[in-house]
Design a protein around this ligand. Sequence first.
Ligand code: HEM
Length: 426
Amino acid sequence: SNAPAGYPVSPRAAQFDPFEDAYQQDPPEYVKWSREEEPVFFSPKLGYWVVTRYEDIKQIFRDNITFSPSIALEKITPTGPEANAVLESYNYGMSRTLVNEDEPAHMPRRRLLMEPFTVDALKHHEPMVRQLTRQYVDQFVNDGKADLVEQMLWEVPLTVALHFLGVPEEDMDTLRKYSIAHTVNTWGRPKPEEQVAVAHAVGNFWQLAGQILEKMRKNPEQPGWMQYGIRMQQTNPEVVTDSYLHSMMMAGIVAAHETTANASANAIKLLLSHPHVWQEICEDPSLIPNAVEECLRHNGSVAAWRRLATRDVQIGGVDIAAGSKLLIVSSSANHDERHFADADLLDIRRENASDQLTFGYGSHQCMGKNLARMEMQIFLEELTLRLPHLRLSEQTFTYVPNTSFRGPEHLWVHWDPSENPERHNP
Ligand code: HEM
């Protein structure tokens, strides 16, 4: 993409490339220069305006009319004709859900579908989350080493997501297989030869989501957020549309799964790389809720989000034309010294940690935030209780190259199983 006419692109703006490993490893550090010197810049490689300061980003989140979320799930790398033909062959029809829906359609739908996310409604899920977590820890607790992503943090949030949505047990395994393809399809840059394989997986995922939805329609009284939506459709068919339900059946899994799996892996990696902080939460678990919040701020799982300018507007004094696409680097906002004192410091007692923008902000703010927090707190409670002597192993962290969803693919840890507290106090 070319820069807007007459707009000078600085050398660093020209180099900015969110598919580079340096961005994946540490997004706020990668754009530190921007936060300090050029907080709103045009990226020719991406064809997006990039925004990196806390106040600018919060202002964008606050105004979802000027800054439409409609492109939030648009493919960041358009696919070629071959992959498009594959998607068409599956009648792929992913459409608006909530996160990318404009007003006036969005707010009535959000309100109608909110009840299952309230703190009270979520309490019913807590025993399921804790039992799953304990079961997964049981499987490796005596091994002395584990890849926490592979052996726990990927699977538990996926299973929780499937339960929350109301997916029948017998369909869980097939759905698991397909869900990852959606991320690469949306936020990644698959090579041409990968695109076709990804398109088949996405097409299969779409069809399967449709079949499961049909099954749910036969038993709409079952618990589950999708069944709740099906019941709401009966009285409000123009608000909860068929297209919405089918799209959410697919998008909901990704929204609830990878975000939480990555956030948990990022949090545990961060805490274990500060052993004295890990020690503190082992000794005083009442510190865990704010530690989770601070980890979401310091090392969240959504690095950046997107908006579309619907009119000519200024951001941080820079003129942005109607139709411009914005990459708002929320992970950078979370390290903005203007809002967070000593922003790069991990401070689990930080008073304004919950001002973090990892869940977005305003009318589209993550509906699942309290479910995600509950899961992360339970993971930390169980690990600090059963494996307080956990240590981070020497390793190189790898990430799936994409602009938005961020977490290590593996997280190796080790400990001495003969020191497990439960061996001494069974
Ligand atoms: C929206 C992040 C977990 C469901 C969002 C948005 C972000 C986000 C950045 C867009 C916010 C905006 O535009 O202002 C995260 C992170 C999670 C997480 C970091 C985990 C740590 C979950 C879970 C669910 C969920 C567990 C459960 C289903 C949703 C829904 C929306 C949303 C339904 C759309 C809300 C709307 O547009 O009105 N999330 N999410 N998320 N999230 Fe999450």
